[in-house]
Design a protein around this ligand. Structure first.
Ligand SMILES: C[S@@+](CC[C@H](N)C(=O)[O-])C[C@H]1O[C@@H](n2cnc3c(N)ncnc32)[C@H](O)[C@@H]1O
Length: 378
């Protein structure tokens, strides 16, 4: 169940959707701050660059691949997630509070998949859920479902931020990445004038935010390791400055919402210039489990027995045998490897990124021992 505050946020975003589509990013319907390589970059270019920046940094930590599972928190119209899943062939889930944003996302992915089908291209594997990021424990009860969690300019609006961060940690697989861009509250709300408060917070129901420093402390407090953090206030000034200018074209509209938006954008520029708010990127990693490389994939081998026990203790398992089939489950991999062949060992080690424990257990017969009795099941 969402609280009253989020009900109001939902109503606001449902209402503002048509204005944002018309004035923020007419072509792609994204709704985030742009990243500028130079001041003269256009807004659509800057929006794209912001997403590219997020993805490029993810690539340096834990690249997205076909087997990745990506959660987008506050996905809006889902454009980032859809494009990402189309590019990498991975699967994704987008969560957003707004009915209108989710409706748009579902229409877009349906149309895209129809086009892809006609071109005999595989379906883009994305789902969209209308829900609050405060209630991720109900939406996703299973742990470690995602290899990557992304979010662009949405978390500041989430009412129960503690629940959100704890759930992100729970939902990430070990070694997974949380990559986000968000608004920063560089001054306490009490330090804002009532005009600044109305312009910056009230219109979109922004309840609270964190400074650049506190943001990092919070991510660390839930167990994540900060890989990179960047404060990029100038990009926010340019984005909102350009948007405010753009809104001049709507000055003569009778509908007062256009003027309210223009005033808000100008208010944000001034709040950032006065160090009261800002914008930043955070790239954090859920520390990887310890990794064990173990010989013996046969159903009743000692290797498999020990591997299951270590997996329960939280180890990432790489189990190998001469004739094994490829298996990949959460924290569990099986591979064929012939240890009399250097090439075969090299191929296996190329996949195993780090190693904390190596177990090669041979029985008296020279094979990998066959045990009696009850076997634990993965
Ligand atoms: C500034 S927009 C960003 C949308 C999208 N990430 C993008 O880059 O285009 C903020 C989004 O957060 C969503 N939102 C607000 N509160 C939320 C919450 N509690 N849970 C999930 N989404 C929320 C809004 O509906 C809106 O779509």
């Amino acid at each position: 169940m969402i609280n009253e505050q989020e009900k109001t946020t939902r109503t606001k975003f449902n209402f503002l959707k048509q204005y944002y589509d018309e004035t923020w990013d007419e072509a792609a319907h994204t709704l985030h701050v742009g990243l500028f390589k130079k001041e003269t970059d256009s807004l659509p270019t800057a929006y794209k660059q912001a997403t590219e920046h997020l993805l490029e940094n993810i690539e340096t930590i834990a690249p997205i691949s076909k087997s990745s599972t990506v959660l987008d928190v506050g996905c809006g119209t889902g454009k980032t997630l859809i494009e990402l899943c189309a590019k990498f062939g991975c699967s994704g889930v987008g969560v957003d509070l707004s009915d209108e944003q989710i409706k748009d996302a579902k229409i877009y992915v349906r149309e895209l998949n129809a086009e892809r089908k006609a071109k005999k291209l595989p379906k883009v594997k994305v789902q969209f859920v209308r829900a609050s990021a405060s209630e991720l424990s109900q939406v996703f009860p299973k742990n470690e479902m995602f290899t990557h969690v992304i979010s662009q300019d949405a978390i500041m609006l989430v009412a129960d931020k503690q629940a959100l961060y704890e759930n992100v940690y729970r939902l990430l697989a070990p070694g997974g990445v949380f990559a986000l861009a968000d608004f920063l509250a560089q001054a306490a709300q009490s330090e804002l004038t009532s005009n600044e408060h109305d312009l910056v917070y009230k219109m979109v129901n922004w309840n609270e935010g964190f400074s650049f420093k506190v943001y990092q402390q919070i991510l660390q407090a839930v167990g994540l390791k900060i890989v990179k953090a960047e404060q990029r206030d100038q990009d926010m000034i340019w984005t909102y400055g350009k948007l405010a200018k753009k809104m001049k074209a709507y000055e003569n509209k009778i509908d007062g919402t256009y003027t309210e938006l223009k005033n808000r954008y100008e208010g944000i520029v001034s709040a950032v210039e006065n160090d009261k708010m800002g914008w930043g990127f955070f790239f954090a990693e859920k520390p990887a489990r310890k990794t064990a490389l173990i010989a013996g994939t046969k159903t009743k081998s000692i290797g498999r027995y020990v591997a299951v026990a270590l997996h329960k203790l939280g180890y990432e398992i790489w189990l190998y045998g001469r004739t094994a089939k490829n298996v990949d489950k959460a924290g569990w991999h099986e591979r064929a490897c012939d240890i009399s062949s250097e090439k075969s060992i090299a191929k296996l080690l190329n996949e195993v990124k780090s190693l904390d424990l190596v177990l090669m257990m041979a029985d008296a017969e020279g094979g990998h021992g066959i045990l009696d009795g009850r076997y634990p099941v993965l």
